[in-house]
Write a protein that binds this ligand. Structure first.
Ligand SMILES: NC(=O)c1ccc[n+]([C@@H]2O[C@H](COP(=O)([O-])OP(=O)(O)OC[C@H]3O[C@@H](n4cnc5c(N)ncnc54)[C@H](OP(=O)(O)O)[C@@H]3O)[C@@H](O)[C@H]2O)c1
Length: 332
């Protein structure tokens, strides 16, 4: 028996008294628009009783914690996820931000940042108006399933955002790459298959995707990887695209807050540069104790030149760090 197939009054009469109270609550939530009709349609295959159970749980939660409408769940509160959480708390000081992890290793740090830590699979409250998935595929046996599980933690109200990667774009000749450029065909690479399957899980429930370029900050990113190696056997002419962690976080925050449905965005600083140029900037800056020696490769796949003008215009966002070179110049 499904919510959408049977009139509510009939259903309520056919279940026990306690359950009819839950039914009324669901109707009230719909009237108050705290329960999104879109979400109700999406949940039409869920047995009515489980919708009711969730509603009662949400009521209990709201009773003990006050309003929950801007609450955010960060799945994978690593470097990016924590920055998104901090940004969110700044603009929504009365909301709660939850950080869902696999291990308890960083729960102390999360708590100190004002993020309520939750272990994956342990949370009794499983419905959040805003959800961002920031856990990388590494270390996950079934990444699309992890992402699917996170979509079931979204209430369907605010918005859901999945942080994907620009690796899904099928471009390896240093050509221009836009939001709607073709993606790598399924079956060519396990890495991109996994990302595209995860994206599909999100888009099919009305969530959004942001395909991020290489994330960096002073002590983390591709420049640090090359610097630690000293010499790397890859092609120096390969074009890479970057976005500073802080800018990626502000981009994610804006996308989340605008409550889009089923959009694909692109996150980059718009200043692509070759590997060679990036490491020359690092050496020139004099800000790192190591010196990069050089690239040993001569051939190899080239990259792409990402341009996210469409994303910027649509959401009204600009990165603060306009290029890697500018960042190195101003960082201390
Ligand atoms: N780094 C890049 O250049 C880049 C480029 C494009 C896209 N991205 C995407 O951007 C996002 C953020 O990257 P990041 O560098 O900020 O990541 P990160 O710092 O490595 O984040 C790791 C965090 O994810 C948690 N985690 C890992 N698997 C999890 C799971 N299955 N469920 C819940 N938590 C899990 C870890 O928790 P524990 O403490 O429990 O291990 C940790 O808190 C990721 O989605 C990544 O794929 C990154």
């Amino acid at each position: 028996m499904h919510c959408s197939a049977t009139p509510l009054p009939f259903l309520c009469a056919s279940i026990k008294r306690k359950e009819s109270h839950l039914c009324l609550h669901r109707t009230l939530l719909l009237k108050k628009k705290t329960l999104n009709p879109w979400k109700v349609r999406r949940m039409s295959t869920i047995p009515f009783i489980s919708v009711c159970a969730r509603a009662v749980h949400d009521v209990k939660f709201m009773d003990s914690h006050g309003s929950t409408e801007m609450d955010l769940l960060v799945v994978g509160p690593g470097v990016l996820g924590r920055l998104v959480a901090e940004n969110w708390l700044k603009v929504n000081p009365s909301c709660r931000v939850y950080g869902q992890t696999r291990t308890m290793d960083h729960h102390g740090e999360l708590g100190r940042l004002g993020i309520k830590p939750i272990i994956k699979g342990s949370d009794s409250r499983n419905c959040f108006p805003f959800v961002i998935f920031c856990a990388p595929p590494s270390g996950s046996e079934d990444y699309p399933a992890e992402v699917r599980a996170a979509t079931s933690q979204w209430s369907g109200e605010g918005s859901f955002l999945f942080t994907s990667s620009s690796a899904v774009y099928d471009s390896n000749d240093n050509r221009l790459c836009l939001e709607d450029s073709p993606t790598v065909p399924m079956g060519r690479s396990l890495r991109t298959d996994i990302l595209l399957m995860a994206e599909a899980e999100v888009l099919k429930i009305g969530g959004n995707v942001v395909r991020l370029a290489g994330l960096y900050k002073f002590d983390r990113g591709p420049h640090m990887y090359y610097l630690k190696k000293g010499t790397v056997d890859v092609c120096p002419e390969h074009i890479i695209n970057l976005i500073h962690y802080e800018d990626a976080a502000s981009l994610c925050k804006v996308i989340l807050a605008k409550k889009y449905r089923g959009h694909v965005f692109m996150g980059c600083d718009g200043c692509p540069l070759s590997r060679q140029e990036m490491m020359e900037e690092v050496n020139k800056s004099g800000k790192f104790k190591e010196k990069f020696k050089g690239f040993a490769g001569v051939v190899g796949p080239l990259g792409k030149r990402m341009d996210n003008t469409k994303t910027r215009n649509e959401i009204g966002w600009e990165p603060k760090c306009r290029s890697f070179a500018e960042f190195l110049h101003i960082s201390s």
